[in-house]
Design a protein around this ligand. Sequence first.
Ligand SMILES: NC(=O)c1ccc[n+]([C@@H]2O[C@H](COP(=O)([O-])OP(=O)(O)OC[C@H]3O[C@@H](n4cnc5c(N)ncnc54)[C@H](O)[C@@H]3O)[C@@H](O)[C@H]2O)c1
Length: 294
Amino acid sequence: MTRGTQIRGARVLITGAGSGIGRLMALDAAARGAAEILIWDLSAETGQAVRDELVATGAKARSFAVNVGDSSQVTAAAEETGPIDVLINCAGIVTGKKLLEADEDAVRRVYDVNVFALYWTTRAFLPGMIERNRGSVVTIASAAGLTGVAKQTDYSASKFAALGFTESLRNELRTDGSKVGTLVVCPFYINTGMFEGVTTKFPRLLPILEENYVATKVIDSIEAGREQLIMPALVRLLPSLRLLPTRAFDRTLDFLGVNKTMEHFTGRRPVAAEPNTASPAAELNSADPAAARG
Ligand SMILES: NC(=O)c1ccc[n+]([C@@H]2O[C@H](COP(=O)([O-])OP(=O)(O)OC[C@H]3O[C@@H](n4cnc5c(N)ncnc54)[C@H](O)[C@@H]3O)[C@@H](O)[C@H]2O)c1
């Protein structure tokens, strides 16, 4: 383990904090006495709502409307944000479609948000952390970064990339003798709504995780200086299962029901509401261009 970063007194930036575990990690960081919480989200409205929630608890917070997949937006927002101690790359999207059903723009958007954004945000804030020789870079990847899953050719591949990104960065920092830490998080499905409709064959072994539990575990892990957080426990077996011949590996995952989890995936449901009252997060989380246009 590397030296952890204590949240009390830290400046914490969370991308995608307008919703889901990003929002809950922001609330947890506020409760632990963060000096300031910076919320970056594609949706100005949900980011602002979370900022207001944090300020109502007495915390200091600012929100920025940023498309993290756009490097120039990230550079501009980083200048306004100023130095930070903890960067949590949490923004993420999914199409939930089979390879031949997802259109090119949607696939590119998944890579922009889930992969390229990691480069833009980390490159913006890492120099300051290295200079101060402290801080943490956190990547919210997924259990889908440890095994490919049917109907996730875009999402799973993007999360494999997120793991490779964080592991390489960890080794760069470590071999440079830096005390800046990294943490990669690989959860099974979480009940935030992003993966609405997914099912699990063995709810005891592979439970759909509770969002507050995941948020708290991530913040605990940052403070503890952990490098990797994989949950639930069964998912930690995946790397060793790879010692099996490929067909046996696939059959094991089939037995666990993993390749059927996405059969009833709907993702975030569009909110049936009057014009201008639909949740922006509901529209913008989707990798479907029609939904993204609202
Ligand atoms: N929900 C799950 O089952 C699950 C499982 C494993 C990993 N994860 C990962 O956890 C992270 C958070 O997921 P969640 O369930 O809280 O999702 P969520 O949909 O509730 O939140 C994602 C947030 O990211 C924001 N966002 C989307 N595109 C953006 C962009 N281009 N720029 C800035 N912000 C953008 C959205 O507006 C939203 O507020 C994601 O990286 C996801 O891949 C989720």
